[in-house]
Design a protein around this ligand. Structure first.
Ligand code: DCT
Ligand code: MG
Length: 399
């Protein structure tokens, strides 16, 4: 007398090894009347994730937990919550019961307990506790300043500092150039950058690059390439078809921006890229290409529809964060794939390459450990093909 259309009863029974007698005609009915059962991969690079998130109530909660673990340097649980959030982001439907998550990968006991709370009460008490925790709140506040990472934030917290006023009043604290600029433009930099602002910045960078060499290549990457409406910065790759000539690009672009009077801050890091040192077996947070972290002054008159600023702000300009990275042109596809993100998508691309294909992927190259050779690529599609993966469009990489 069991209704076989209750798919969660069915799958629960199967899991727990309870005998389930179902006639075939019923099974056919199950399959044809419910959502088609497709397996969701544990690898983000085998999922298509748009910017449309149907499970924000859960993923927002998971993000708080992940960040809290990150502040405590507990990488395992941090990654577990990031993976769980990423799986839920890929679903074209909203989770309405725990039963619906049975076939999903990367959801452990803890994540499910949080989901259950959210489903029952509309919120998670564990998350609320973190959000009101003094240490979490302070570290979150301090790391929101450009140039302040978790280590510095923790150091200041341990000294008993709790607010920006505390930091700025403490004479024993020496703020570096980046942090000083971070405080100076705090309001602007913590405010999201809009798509229209990103477009205007693209024109500015385009113009600065074309003045150096008309053949230059400028590509928008990061979140905006993935179709996001807002971002914390705007990321570009700039290079030239003439191998070696990319070296002159960033210093000249920086000079050009300075001459225009719109360069508010610049941290330039010269290239340390050396093909002879590849492949790299150790994990590195940053690639070796020349890059610069900039803060630019963007005028309202340059942005279609105006600036994304607070009501009543009548300055007519705002500060925005821009990252430029400049790989040699033969590394372009790898750099583009790496800088397009999302971070979770990148992590899983590398993990998939390592675990499933015995290959090493990073922002510089793809190396086949079995064949003991580098695999060439001029487009992102080439890299997906080498990895034996279906091509995932940039707007489907919001894992
Ligand atoms: N990236 C990377 N190595 C780093 C930092 C970032 O390969 N050390 C990649 C992953 C994402 C991409 O560069 C851009 O980074 P962010 O700007 O931090 O991320 P985003 O996805 O563009 O997010 P946002 O919209 O907030 O800028
Ligand atoms: Mg970005």
């Amino acid at each position: 007398n069991v209704n076989v259309l209750d798919i969660s009863w069915f799958t629960d029974s199967m899991r727990e090894g309870r005998p389930v007698a179902v006639e075939t005609r019923h099974l056919i009915q199950v399959c044809s009347t419910s959502t088609p059962v497709t397996t969701v991969s544990q690898y983000a690079c085998q999922r298509r994730t748009t910017t449309e998130n149907h499970n924000k109530i859960f993923t927002d909660a998971f993000e708080v937990l992940a960040e809290s673990y990150e502040f405590s340097e507990m990488e395992g649980p941090c990654l577990a919550f990031r993976r769980a959030a990423s799986v839920l982001k890929s679903l074209p439907w909203a989770v309405r019961s725990l039963g619906a998550t049975l076939d999903l990968p990367c959801l452990g006991e803890h994540t499910k307990a949080v989901m259950e709370e959210v489903l029952q009460c509309g919120r998670s008490f564990e998350v609320e506790k973190i959000l009101s925790d003094e240490r979490y709140r302070t570290l979150k506040l301090f790391t929101s300043v450009f140039g302040v990472g978790p280590k510095t934030a923790e150091k200041w917290y341990r000294r008993g500092l709790r607010s920006f006023t505390d930091i700025l009043a403490d004479r024993s604290i020496h703020l570096n150039q980046m942090q000083q600029t971070g405080f100076l433009h705090y309001g602007d930099i913590t405010r999201a950058v809009s798509k229209a602002e990103a477009r205007s910045l693209r024109n500015i960078i385009d113009e600065a690059v074309r003045a150096i060499t008309p053949a230059a290549i400028v590509a928008l990457t990061g979140g905006f390439r993935r179709g996001k409406e807002f971002g914390h910065d705007v990321d570009f790759i700039v290079t030239t078809p003439e191998l070696g000539k990319e070296k002159i690009l960033l210093p000249n672009i920086i000079n050009g921006l300075k001459k225009q009077g719109i360069l508010l801050f610049c941290d330039y890091q010269a290239s340390t890229f050396d093909m002879a040192k590849l492949p790299s077996y150790r994990f590195e947070a940053m690639d070796h290409f020349a890059k610069c972290f900039l803060i630019l002054r963007l005028e309202a008159s340059q942005v279609e529809g105006g600036l994304h600023i607070a009501e009543g702000d009548s300055r007519g300009w705002r500060a925005v964060r821009v990252d430029l990275v400049s790989p040699p042109v033969d590394r372009y596809a790898f750099a583009l794939l790496g800088w397009t993100g999302s971070r979770q998508f990148e992590r899983d691309l590398r993990r998939f390459a390592r675990v499933k294909q015995r290959m090493i992927l990073d922002n510089h190259c793809l190396y086949d450990k079995t064949k003991k050779e580098f695999l060439a690529a001029t487009t992102e599609k080439d890299i997906f093909a080498h990895l034996g993966l279906e091509y995932i469009e940039p707007w489907q990489r919001n894992a």
